[in-house]
Design a protein around this ligand. Sequence first.
Ligand code: FAD
Length: 447
Amino acid sequence: MPAFPFSLNDPIQHHGPLPKTSDVVIVGAGVIGVTTALFLAKRRISVTLVEKGRIAAEQSSRNWGWIRKQGRDADELPIVIEACRLWKELAEECGEDIGLNQTGVTYLANSDREMAGFETFMKLAGAYNLDTRLLDSGQTSALFKGISRKFTGAMTTPSDMRAEPWLAVPALGRLAARLGVTIVENCAARTLDISAGKVSGVWTEAGRIETSTVLVAGGAWSSLFLRNHGISIPQLAVRATVAATEPMAEVHGGAAAGAEVAFRRRQDGGYTLAPGSHRLHLGPDAFRHATKYLPALMAHPLGTHYSLAAPEGFPDSWSTPRHWTADAESPFERMRVLNPAPEKSGLAAIERGFKRLFPQFETVRLKASWAGMIDAMPDIVPIVDRAQTIPGLFVATGLSGHGFGIGPGIGRVVSDLIQGNAPGHDLNRFRLSRFNDGSRIRPGPAI
Ligand SMILES: Cc1cc2nc3c(=O)[nH]c(=O)nc-3n(C[C@H](O)[C@H](O)[C@H](O)COP(=O)(O)OP(=O)(O)OC[C@H]3O[C@@H](n4cnc5c(N)ncnc54)[C@H](O)[C@@H]3O)c2cc1C
């Protein structure tokens, strides 16, 4: 089955060249790096975005494409509300069809207990005047054509959106380039250059860029990059399998998730499907940070499967070097694109689950399947902060499986942090120091 949506053989779009100096250097061209660059460029700040592989080739093209306010952590909600507005503006500005549509998000409930679990978010939704509402069993059935199961009910937010990630983030990259951002694909950042205790440049595989400001937005690779500079963050990566069906009759125009399968109607008339679980490969970081993950594991015990070791070259593989210098090949250029294989058991579960829900489909024809490594934090919310120990260094990472939708909101916030402006939202929950300052780990909603 072909890998979708991204072909590693597509020609490189952004060749640079690498400038000698730049006001800001951003490491990683996923949705966070790209949107931060874009908002900085709008303020006429010179930005260089270095990407070890291809723009958006990791999580930012492999995700389900949900842009949801529903089910958000209380501190993320105002940022994702802003992000929804920004998505509409950016879709206009980039002048390309990125598949942005307001088709809603629905969570299905199998029990009264699950319905009761929606109450926390319903209160929050009320406080922010969202259109989120609870549905009873009959209303839930009416939302999906031919659904076979009787659900206890559902929570739904009709104003939630979707976009096609593999169209959206590269299109935003092209917009950023038009606004003056220098994007260099196939160019790994190896190390920071630090002089007198603060950032003075970045060493890439193609040479040095002089800068006083660096943002690390490296997705699943951020903790490896930072650790080489003495900054430890308890970030892990879990493998999540996805499949895309051929175009088929519409059963629901939006996105929905139950315990077994999550699905979203795509722009081409097919569905993007995913199973209800993901896999953690146990490596040195998984053991190092295990205790920090206990609260999340206890809150969501069934969502994670485990295997003994990550494939070679993955960020937390046993053989991945933890230290390197600027003059030698780094783990980043050794793995240009983190491209995990989809799991056969996950694909089988997807097909089974979707057919069981919609028995009118005798066959569910999958046209492609892929997987992505979700970068997770113990409390399932990101780090968005400046590093106190290295002036000039900023970190925006660990979006924990829901960074696509909120991406432009985080990008706008980080661009203001970098400029020394008020970020416009309370970022205390997202501080870098929270895992070392004795704070209790308070997990947000599940990945
Ligand atoms: C299967 C799956 C489903 C998901 N579904 C959704 C969803 O429906 N809705 C939602 O909101 N979110 C979803 N997410 C999460 C979302 O995709 C991510 O949170 C988001 O894309 C993270 O963006 P990022 O820019 O932080 O990281 P990434 O997109 O992973 O980008 C980081 C980039 O940094 C580059 N990089 C790393 N280190 C270096 C280096 N040293 N030098 C140069 N480049 C480097 C990498 O190559 C990579 O391209 C999903 C994720 C997955 C995997």
